[in-house]
Design a protein around this ligand. Sequence first.
Ligand code: UDP
Ligand code: MG
Length: 313
Amino acid sequence: MSEKTRHFGSVVIPLYNEEASLPELYRQLTSVMERTFAAHELVFIDDGSSDGSIDVLRELRGRDARVKIISFKRNYGKSAALSEGFKVTRGDVVITIDADLQDNPDEIPELVAKLDEGYDLVSGWKMQRKDPITKTLPSKLFNLTTSIVSGIKIHDFNCGLKCYRGEVVKRISVYGELHRFIPVIAGWEGFRVTEKKVTHFERKYGQSKFGAARFLNGMFDLATVMFLTRRSTSPLHFFGRVAFVFFAVGGLITFYFLMLWLFGRGLHVRPLMVGGLVMIVIAIQIGSFGLLAELFTSKAERTFAYREYRIDD
Ligand code: UDP
Ligand code: MG
């Protein structure tokens, strides 16, 4: 993408009770977007804030027509906010950034430049994360697991600062806490995903909305993404493999005892024999579970991308 075609930039900013950060964030974003693009828009998604965030936003919109507001009736979460924001963006380049000033807007031009190298999604990599260790450590584990399981080789899936080619965000819809897997979903959709190191700041105002415990949900969500995203693992292929291993081992053991019996060595119950039989039963259970999951997934996949949120404004 050359300078010429890169004419319109959209910034998508999910926020939940961030009134104190918004004026400064607006100033920084406006300054960098004016330098980088011929035209731009700032799409703020108020995720059901209970503080004065919405008033600050309305005030900004009153002064600057490039400010767009989407306002949720209640707190739906960061994923919902991003998804609704993605629906309305008009830019051929879309940037997401957290509202809490932990990400540095001055990184935007360099992220955008990466698109010129042929990438579709550039994810920020907070190499020196300014968060307590109770968050950074589980986060490392989460990132490592996600990278291994998904095959998407980046270090920081959950960085708020990301840059996309416009068409990428139109294909991404997430709910719950699945925003952590946006690079995975995009990668599996066939988009080229890369990362770029970015600076990270400590939170100045307000509080973090995500605790360390959330990473446990992250592991469950990984399974959801694996099974419900198109062109990924099919449940029957996964559970079928597990069932096959159980069936093969259980079958061998049972066969061994069958031989003993056939050749007249006598048969009496031994732990190994019980183990073998139990494994065959487990194999049938897991196998039929996989089949059910497969039937269900083919239906769920169609609705996976679609959620409706009540919008206020
Ligand atoms: N956020 C949101 N809805 C939520 C929780 C968070 O829109 O339910 C926003 C929040 O306002 C911030 C961004 O998502 O702009 C990242 O959240 P936070 O800074 O709390 O996460 P952390 O940096 O601690 O991981
Ligand atoms: Mg933050």
